[in-house]
Ligand binder design. Structure first.
Ligand code: SF4
Length: 455
């Protein structure tokens, strides 16, 4: 008898953690006879996987759920749920405020999704948003079509309580996956053709395995005991970026990518203190020097908040000078926005929105030029590029097909090539640079040239 499938549509917003969480939901649901559909109109189950780090997330969930109300009127069997950080933050309030919503759940309850759906057969509404602080973090990686490069969760939650951040309240305390599970997961991905993994966590370098391994030890183990070609990781906290970790990055440089995202948040020691970042401007700059010394040519990236409560003109100038001194090739800068439950939301010296916006614009304008200038160093360099896919956009109207892939410095490189290159790491000479995207031409050493001729 033919299996009957139900259709699921997941709307995702937020960071890579959320994208990964949605993939996990799809995988779990596929095991429970659901299949992904592209449009909410086709779905028997709609999940809004939300993020509450920035902007007005609850409002966003309300307005998106509003769009689905008329679908529910047409199809009474349609189930609608909210997951992710807003589900965790609002719990039953959302079920009360949005009458046609069937269930809410938090990031810690994704694996309970099949059970929640079963419960809905008997109950009208289900709220599954309990933290599992005490339980070991035992999950296996779930990704349906990993492709060449994919993501692997290594930690969840965070214990740092930066005063602006909602994560400890929506994703709970830090838990780390066992080292042996990660080795097994990554070897499994390699067997499926994956060449590059990005290790994911709110604060990866606080990794603390049950066997006593820290993040440096984890990277070393993955570099030595797995066949993965490249390893990236995000996000790191400067307080845990130490000499031991930098030594491992330098030693296994062929596998551990030359790209470090190290959020500074502010260049002012006083603002950092009020953010509870537990490092000073000088300590951060010392770490940057340590990194640059050990890994010459490393590409650096950061997050910055403009207009944090109490940020003076002088504090902001400190951020500008720090950005200039470090030379970030990539920057994610945002205006401060108060988040529920956080300490900074209760600070009385909130900065006027107009001032914050002006500062943000100044910083972004500066960074745009700086990133453009820094990218010029790659001109005529030969980079190792892991080809990820066909470049459909730049292939349009071109004489030859084009492909795209990433260099170890996380630059997206576009060049002439066909599908057979996907999954290969090839040498590309850079002919044109912009902050993120480069154009180039493939180059061959004599051995490769020989192989190319005989193939
Ligand atoms: S370290 Fe990152 S995730 Fe943790 S509280 Fe601070 S900003 Fe949030």
């Amino acid at each position: 008898m033919q299996q009957e499938f139900k259709n699921v549509y997941i709307s995702t917003y937020g960071c890579q953690m959320n994208v990964n969480d949605s993939e996990r939901m799809y995988s779990l649901l596929e095991m429970n006879n659901y299949q992904e559909v592209e449009k909410p109109e086709q779905a028997d189950l709609i999940i809004i996987n939300s993020c509450s780090i920035r902007e007005k997330p609850v409002h966003k969930v309300h307005s998106e759920a509003g769009l689905y109300q008329k679908l529910k009127k047409k199809n009474k069997a349609l189930r609608i749920g909210v997951g992710g950080c807003v589900g965790q933050q609002e719990k039953k309030n959302l079920l009360k405020d949005i009458p046609y919503l069937d269930f809410v759940f938090g990031p810690d309850n994704i694996d309970d999704l099949p059970r929640i759906l079963e419960e809905l057969d008997e109950k009208k509404k289900v709220a599954g948003a309990k933290f599992k602080h005490q339980e070991p973090y035992h999950i296996s990686n779930m990704v349906r079509n990993p492709g060449v490069a994919t993501f692997v969760n290594i930690t969840k939650g965070c214990d740092n309580f930066c005063t602006f951040c909602i994560v400890p309240f929506t994703r709970g305390r830090l838990r780390s996956r066992p080292l042996k599970d990660l080795v097994a997961d990554i070897n499994g991905l390699v067997a499926r053709g994956v060449k590059e993994v990005t290790l994911l966590g709110q604060n990866v370098n606080s990794y603390d395995s049950d066997c006593g391994a820290n993040f440096a030890k984890l990277l070393q183990t993955l570099a030595e005991d797995t066949q993965i070609q490249r390893i990236r990781y995000t996000t790191s906290h400067p307080k845990d970026f130490n000499q031991e970790l930098v030594d491992v990055l330098a030693k296994y440089r062929t596998k551990l990518c030359d790209y470090i995202h190290l959020p500074v948040q502010s260049g002012s020691t006083e603002v950092l203190r009020r953010m509870n970042r537990v490092y000073t401007r000088e300590e951060y700059l010392d770490k940057i020097r340590m990194i640059k010394e050990a890994i010459p040519g490393v590409s650096l990236s950061t997050d910055i908040i403009c207009g944090f409560p109490g940020e003076s003109d002088k504090d902001f100038e400190d951020t500008m000078t720090l950005a200039e001194e470090v030379g970030y090739e990539t920057m994610y800068a945002f205006m401060y926005s108060p988040r529920p439950f956080t300490k900074a939301a209760r600070y009385e010296d909130q900065v006027d929105e107009k001032v914050s916006r002006e500062r943000l614009n100044r910083l972004l304008t500066f960074h745009k030029q700086q990133a453009f200038d820094l990218a010029k160093r790659y001109q005529d360099q030969v980079l190792e590029v892991l080809v990820e896919s066909l470049d459909k956009r730049s292939s349009k109207g071109a004489d030859a097909p084009r492909v795209m892939g990433r260099s170890t410095q996380n630059k997206l490189v576009h060049f002439d090539g066909d599908e057979s290159l996907i999954g290969q790491t090839v040498k590309v000479k850079i002919t044109e640079t912009a902050p993120i995207n480069f154009n180039g031409v493939r180059v061959f050493d004599s051995k490769e040239l020989q192989q190319e001729k005989t193939s």
